[in-house]
Design a protein around this ligand. Sequence first.
Ligand SMILES: Nc1ncnc2c1ncn2[C@@H]1O[C@H](COP(=O)(O)OP(=O)(O)O)[C@@H](O)[C@H]1O
Ligand SMILES: [Mg+2]
Length: 374
Amino acid sequence: MREMATADFESPEATDAGELTGERVREVLATVRYPGLSRDLVSFGMVEHVSVCDRRVKVRLAIATRDPGIPAQLRTRIADALLPLGAATVAVEIAPPSTTPKPTARGTPDPWAEQVRLAAVRHVVAVGAGKGGVGKSTVAANLALLLAREGLRAGLLDADIYGPSLPLLLGIEDGAGRVRMTPDKHILPLEAHGLPLISFGFFLGEGSPAIWRGPMVSKAVKQFSRGVAWPELDVLIVDLPPGTGDIPLSLAQAVVLSGAVVVTQPARVATAEARKAAQMFQTLEVPVLGIVENMAGAFGHGAGAAIAAELAVPFLGSVPFDEGMVAEGDAGIPTALARPRSEAALAMEVVAHAVASALGWQHVADGSAPGAER
Ligand SMILES: Nc1ncnc2c1ncn2[C@@H]1O[C@H](COP(=O)(O)OP(=O)(O)O)[C@@H](O)[C@H]1O
Ligand SMILES: [Mg+2]
């Protein structure tokens, strides 16, 4: 069921300036960015169809968004780009992507076409945030450890190219020198506190990825996310860099994600950014498993739940500010292990149970291995 919505824009003074072809329209669409994201509509794979007849342009976009403002913004951006080139009318049709793979227009590589399901991993869960420093990596590390304690086979992938911190948080900063490859050139994960783990940080060397351009990042994320020889895992937690840049987009296009967890601080700036991150995942059709509020108390309280309600996604829990966590992070022993009875660790446990049940696992109170619904 595809709900259609179209809008026509008329050019007040349509001129005969040059020939407007479908190809030309695509070129122009390749310069129009999706609101709030760094990528254009064409490379994103959102342009389903373009037709031009007598300077009347029709564009069909495949977009899933719950943000009611996005379609209007896109129509305006597209009309603004095409009317000056001589289009008489611009009709933009926006429909949710069909679930069956769609043939893309001639000559346009579909960036989603190569998306794979990681063979050894049942669920890949991305942990993202809009803003840096909100405690995303800390939440990712504790979440993976607590899921493992519940009996799930959990692993960690540190995909934060710009600031990989899981080696530090899990006490394996010497990892770079220890990584080995399989004979068929797959990366063998290291182990930290019993969890298989691989970090971009093990491969960065001296090169600074901060200056990498989009296509390089995209390729690196693709190779990295697929190139690890994971053991059989129930869940792989992926620590993403903050923001809505190329890495989350590339990851979602490279491997099938079961869901995303968005971490925020209670402060306004952080929640505004978290909203963007959650909306990005919804655009990418990655289910938002929920919002985690971190460092509650120090920066207020309750904003995480409010943003979850606003976006109609689950609220997974609130982790208090606990200054001991900083030292534990620096020492490479996450709080869930260092002080399992602390308020912060217990709060992380609530989050872990919520994530496990969102993925279909029932929490078993006596601590025996939970049953999975397959
Ligand atoms: N609940 C918390 N209370 C106190 N400090 C925290 C908490 N969560 C994370 N931290 C600390 O905040 C800093 C940033 O956390 P980190 O997980 O690296 O953030 P991000 O990955 O979002 O950049 C680290 O020093 C970490 O130990
Ligand atoms: Mg981090």
